[in-house]
Design a protein around this ligand. Sequence first.
Ligand SMILES: [Zn+2]
Ligand SMILES: [Zn+2]
Length: 256
Amino acid sequence: MIELQLIGCNGGIGGPGRQTTCYGIGEQIVIDAGTGLGTLSLERLARIDHVVLTHAHLDHVAGLPLMADSVGAWRDAPLTVWASAEVLAILQAHLLNDQVWPDFTRLPSVEEPFIRLQEMPAGGTEIAGYRIAPLPADHGIAACGYRVEAGDVAIAFSGDTADCSAFWDRLARDAQLAAVVVECSYPASMAAMAELTRHMHAGQVAARLAALRDGVAGVVIHRKPGLEDEIAHDLQAAPHGGDLRLPVPGDVYRFG
Ligand SMILES: [Zn+2]
Ligand SMILES: [Zn+2]
């Protein structure tokens, strides 16, 4: 069984009902570290041992430096941040650089820092009882999706991406897949904007969800603020494979 907590699942901020990307997998892991992290209690934050990043855009990492500052001293081991080597280098150069924020990979001491950066192997790895492996994405910068597996169940995260055939080809061959958490930043009417920014629009998402085998849930996230209703209308009007979910922050789904 995999419990998926939609801690933040919007494509931007605006009001208490919009928090950017952060997905809890059990108690110890979050996929991405957007503003949703700020809704968690100190106690809950302190129990997160692993942050797994899809890419370094601010809406996916904004909560990370703040979280380290809030609960780093409460913890007896560093928080491990998993990402590709490219994404880790961006974090180190532009976020944890002692200018935008203290370099918690060396503070409060080099021996016992609050954050430990760990390269995600291309073939994936075992983290806190889950098998986690990168999936292809096409976002115009270093970015990936992830497949998370526990027991005989798996769920896939698209991360931020344009319509990426390599990602969907992998899902089509995945007999364990119970859900895909897929970004849909724009309605179909804004296809040009989606193309420009390497995101998906609702016409593309509807077509991809309709092609999944029966029983795979489509969890649609990263809808841009103010566009949620038009995106929902587009998706609900199209054939979409049945189990279409449009979550809000705080929702919890269990698969398997
Ligand atoms: Zn992005
Ligand atoms: Zn994003």
